[in-house]
Write a protein that binds this ligand. Structure first.
Ligand code: ZN
Length: 201
């Protein structure tokens, strides 16, 4: 497995998926983090959406079915961009477009037959069929987007205030005043910028 380490700062998996483009979309600093099917698997594992057993199985399967694995990567990127466009629009009080919602509905329909109700000691939960399919990562990601769209947390979806970042997150701060995807990166850069403009001009 590749060594790429992803960040999970959004508070929900669908927005974490949207955040697999670094920098700001459409700008020179934009960078793709999902460059291969392997990257997608790696992301799914780190996100806790795929088990180690599934990863090992899917790694082997993707080597055998390269074209299909690349198609899944394309679908994941298309879903990611629909998720970004929808929640970015909502974060700025705009109405998401019908074509973006259509991508969500298409993938929901495709993933529904993989859904399972699983009995656990603490009750029944939504789960997914085994063994893993090449597109096993898509269904839980789109389910996360559908859950967020229909939840109260939707009004707390934000886009990072940094002009060089387009990461999305759920603002779960007490007074809903979180502005940055991460204080370590964008928040800190902004703090330094403000300090410099106050002291060195
Ligand atoms: Zn940011």
């Amino acid at each position: 497995m590749s060594e790429k380490t992803f960040e999970f700062v959004a508070g929900t998996k669908c927005l974490d998926l949207a955040n697999t483009i670094g920098g700001a979309r459409g700008q020179a600093n934009a960078s793709e983090y999902l460059n291969s099917y392997q990257d997608l698997l790696n992301w799914g594992y780190q996100a806790g959406m795929l088990s180690k057993k599934q990863i090992v199985y899917l790694e082997l399967k993707s080597k055998e079915y390269k074209i299909e694995a690349n198609k899944v990567l394309d679908r994941a990127r298309r879903l990611r961009e629909a998720i970004y466009q929808i929640f970015s629009a909502i974060a700025s009080q705009k109405t998401p477009s019908d074509p973006d919602l259509a991508v969500i509905n298409l993938e929901l329909a495709r993933g529904l037959h993989q859904s399972r109700i699983i009995s656990t000691p603490s009750g029944y939960i939504w789960g997914w069929e085994e063994p893993a399919r090449l597109d096993s990562i898509i269904a839980p990601a789109v389910r996360s987007a559908a859950d967020l769209l229909t939840s109260a947390a939707l009004s707390h979806v934000r886009e990072c205030a940094s002009p060089s970042c387009s990461w999305l997150f759920i603002d779960e701060s007490k007074n809903h005043s979180r502005r940055w995807c991460s204080m370590k990166t964008c928040g800190n850069t902004n703090k330094i910028r403000r300090f410099r403009s106050r002291h060195f001009q």
